[in-house]
Design a protein around this ligand. Structure first.
Ligand SMILES: [Mg+2]
Length: 423
C-alpha cells in the first residue's frame, strides 16, 4: 500500500498534514489514480467580442476541470456568487491541496477542503468546493463506466420534471409568457414573481394588491391545474408583509411561495409557516447540511431548495434531501446557472425519492446552446436521464473564446426614500 501525504503540495497543506491519509493504491479492479491538474474557466453567459472591456449585463459561469494521470477528466460548475474571480482563486488554492490525491475518495477530499478552511465557508468557498466536487463525481463515474446517478443509489424515476420562470413586466405579459412556455415546451408548472417593476417604490398596500392581480392574471391564463410557484426572492424583511401578500395570492392556489422573507432567520420563517396555507419554499441562499438543519428540523419549510453549485455539491445535496425526507419535505433544487449545473441536478433528481421539480431554462440562447456539447433538452415538460458514464456531457471549450467574462454585479434596488432595498 502506497503511503500518501498532503505534505508535498505547498505550505498551506503542509500545516495540516500531521496525520497523512493512506488510501489504497487501487479501488476494486481499477488502477490507482491521481489528480494531476485542476483548471478553471470563467465564461460569460452572453456572447461578446474576445478581449472586450465588457459591461455589467450578464453574469459569468465558473467551470472546473480536473485532470488525472489515468487520462480521465471530470467537469463541474461553481456558483457565480460574485465576485466571480474570487471563486476562481479559491479553486486555484484548493488545487494546490488536491493534486496528487485519488479523485475517487470524494468524501475525504470534501472533508479536506471543508474542515481545513479556518472558518465555515461562505458562498465563495462553498461554491468552489461544489464545483470541485462535481468534477470528482464525473471522474468516479467515468472510471466505473457508470452514470453518476448509478453511483448514488440508482435511478428512482424515468424522467425529470422541469419548470421555467416566466418573467413579464406586466400581469398581461406574465400571463402570455406562461402560456407560450407551456405550448412551446410542454411544461405543466411555471414560476413567477408577484412583483411588477417599481414595487420597491410602492406603498405596502399597492404591492399587496398588485401581487394579487399579477398572480390572478397568470392563473386565469393557464387554467386551474397548472402549477404556479410564486417567488418573492427574499425581498421582504418583515414577516407580516409576507403574510399579507400570501393571503392576497392564496385564492390562486400557488404551488409554493418561495423565499418569502430573508434567509438568515429560521424562527421567522417558522412564524410565517404557521400563518399561511401556501407551501413555503426556500434554501437557495443556504449552504451545507449545517445551515439547512434548523430550517428542516423546526418544520419552517415544505420545500427545500438547495443549489448544487453552492450547497457543497451533489453528495451534500443528497444529505440535505435525506434530512428533508425525514420531515416529509420535498426538494426542488434552485438552478439558475448553466446547462452543466442542470445536468448535475438531473443526476440528483434521478436518484432522489423526495425530488419534486427542477428549475430549468431551455438552451435557446447562444451561451446555453454552446457551452456544452449536448445541453439537456426539455421534452414535453421533462428532461431525459442520461445513460453515459459520468455526467454524460462535456464542456465545449472551443466556444469559450466567444464568451469572454465580464464585470458583473446584481442590480441594486432603492426604496422611495432612497434607502437600499433587498432585491
Ligand atoms: Mg428563487
Amino acid at each position: 500500500m502506497q503511503r500518501r501525504s498532503f505534505l508535498r503540495h505547498g505550505g498551506l497543506a503542509a500545516a495540516t498534514a500531521a496525520v497523512p491519509f493512506q488510501a489504497p493504491a487501487q479501488i476494486g479492479n481499477q488502477p490507482s489514480m491521481k489528480i494531476t491538474e485542476i483548471k478553471t474557466f470563467l465564461v460569460g453567459s452572453t456572447r461578446g467580442e474576445q478581449g472586450g472591456t465588457g459591461n455589467i449585463s450578464g453574469r459569468n459561469w465558473v467551470y472546473v476541470k480536473i485532470l488525472t494521470d489515468q487520462g480521465i477528466h471530470g467537469i463541474g460548475e461553481a456558483y457565480s456568487c460574485g465576485p466571480d474571480e474570487a471563486t476562481v482563486k479559491v479553486i486555484e488554492d484548493y488545487a494546490r491541496w488536491l493534486v496528487g490525491q485519488d479523485p475517487r475518495n470524494i468524501q475525504h477530499l470534501w472533508d479536506y477542503m471543508y474542515n481545513t478552511t479556518r472558518f465555515p465557508g461562505g458562498s465563495v468557498v462553498n461554491s468552489a468546493i461544489s464545483g470541485i466536487e462535481h468534477a470528482l463525481w464525473d471522474i468516479a463515474g467515468k472510471a466505473a463506466g457508470l452514470p453518476v446517478w448509478a453511483l448514488l443509489g440508482g435511478r428512482v424515476r424515468d424522467k425529470v420534471r422541469l419548470y421555467q420562470s416566466i418573467g413579464g413586466s406586466s400581469p398581461q405579459e406574465a400571463a402570455e409568457n406562461a402560456v407560450e412556455l407551456r405550448e412551446r415546451f410542454g411544461f405543466n408548472a411555471c414560476k413567477m414573481s408577484p412583483h411588477n417593476p417599481g414595487d420597491n417604490q410602492m406603498p405596502y398596500n399597492e404591492v399587496t394588491r398588485t401581487a394579487g392581480e399579477r398572480v390572478g392574471a397568470v392563473r386565469d391564463a393557464v387554467g386551474p391545474d397548472h402549477d404556479i410557484a410564486v417567488d418573492i426572492h427574499a425581498r421582504y424583511f418583515e414577516v407580516q408583509r409576507a403574510i399579507r401578500v400570501a393571503k392576497q395570492i392564496e385564492p390562486y392556489y400557488p404551488f409554493w411561495l418561495e423565499e418569502p422573507i430573508r434567509p438568515e432567520n429560521p424562527d421567522a420563517m417558522k412564524k410565517l409557516a404557521d400563518h399561511v396555507s401556501i407551501p413555503l419554499a426556500s434554501g437557495e441562499c443556504n449552504y451545507t447540511k449545517f445551515e439547512f438543519r434548523d430550517l428542516i428540523n423546526i418544520q419552517a419549510l415544505d420545500v427545500v431548495q438547495p443549489d448544487v453549485c453552492v450547497c457543497g455539491g451533489i453528495m451534500e445535496m443528497k444529505k440535505i434531501a435525506a434530512m428533508a425526507e425525514a420531515q416529509y419535505m420535498m426538494v426542488a433544487p434552485h438552478n439558475p446557472m448553466s446547462p452543466l449545473a442542470t445536468m448535475v441536478n438531473i443526476h440528483f433528481a434521478a436518484s432522489t425519492p423526495n425530488f419534486l421539480i427542477l428549475e430549468y431554462r431551455a438552451p435557446v440562447d447562444d451561451a446555453r446552446r454552446d457551452v456544452l456539447d449536448s445541453p439537456p433538452q426539455v421534452n414535453d415538460g421533462y428532461a431525459d436521464i442520461p445513460n453515459q458514464s459520468g455526467w454524460g456531457v462535456e464542456l465545449n471549450e472551443e466556444a469559450f473564446q466567444y464568451y469572454p467574462p465580464r464585470p458583473w454585479k446584481r442590480t441594486t434596488g432603492f426604496r422611495a426614500d432612497g434607502s437600499v432595498a433587498f432585491i
